[in-house]
Design a protein around this ligand. Structure first.
Ligand SMILES: Cc1cc2nc3c(=O)[nH]c(=O)nc-3n(C[C@H](O)[C@H](O)[C@H](O)COP(=O)(O)O)c2cc1C
Length: 140
């Protein structure tokens, strides 16, 4: 089966109730598990960075859905690639909130910048996702 990975950045709609983050995560976990989609959603400084992997048709439909979701806007597609295997198969959707600790860890990859996915280089963004995956799987 063909597999694709999509990476994008977007901005939280300031009118969105902060509780919506938990709702989004819940929906993502349930729906992604059904559609065999895996990935990570990182949130900080009012911006999202999300990596989705799965069948290309599922990933494309989902990105279309998310880009129409009024809870976020300013979508920027950072990367879309065909992949040979999943790297985030353990998670239907892992939510990571950027804390000062993660912010400091990101400095290894981009010393000058804060977490601002809309300005992020795609390669660095991918490396940061993998770094968080490794950290979180080590943490159990
Ligand atoms: C930043 C963000 C990330 C989201 N990630 C996912 C996701 O990974 N999977 C998912 O099914 N929905 C996700 N959603 C929710 C979708 O936009 C949409 O509400 C959901 O897929 C339900 O679509 P439906 O109303 O057409 O059933 C996300 C929404 C936002 C704002």
């Amino acid at each position: 089966m063909k597999l694709a990975r999509l990476l994008y950045a977007s901005r939280l709609n300031p009118e969105t109730d902060p509780n919506q983050l938990a709702r989004i995560h819940e929906t993502a976990n349930t729906r992604n598990a059904k559609h065999n989609v895996s990935g990570i959603l990182i949130f900080g400084n009012d911006q999202f960075l999300q990596l989705l992997e799965g069948a290309p048709t599922d990933i494309n439909k989902l990105y279309l859905n998310i880009s129409r979701d009024p809870r976020n806007f300013d979508h920027l597609l950072l990367d879309y690639s065909e992949i040979s295997e999943r790297q985030f198969e353990a998670w239907a959707m892992k939510l990571v909130l950027i804390t000062p600790k993660q912010q400091a860890q990101l400095k290894q990859f981009q010393p000058q910048e804060d977490f601002e996915p809309l300005k992020m280089n795609a390669e660095i963004a991918l490396k940061f996702c993998s770094f968080l995956r490794d950290r979180n799987s080590l943490a159990g």
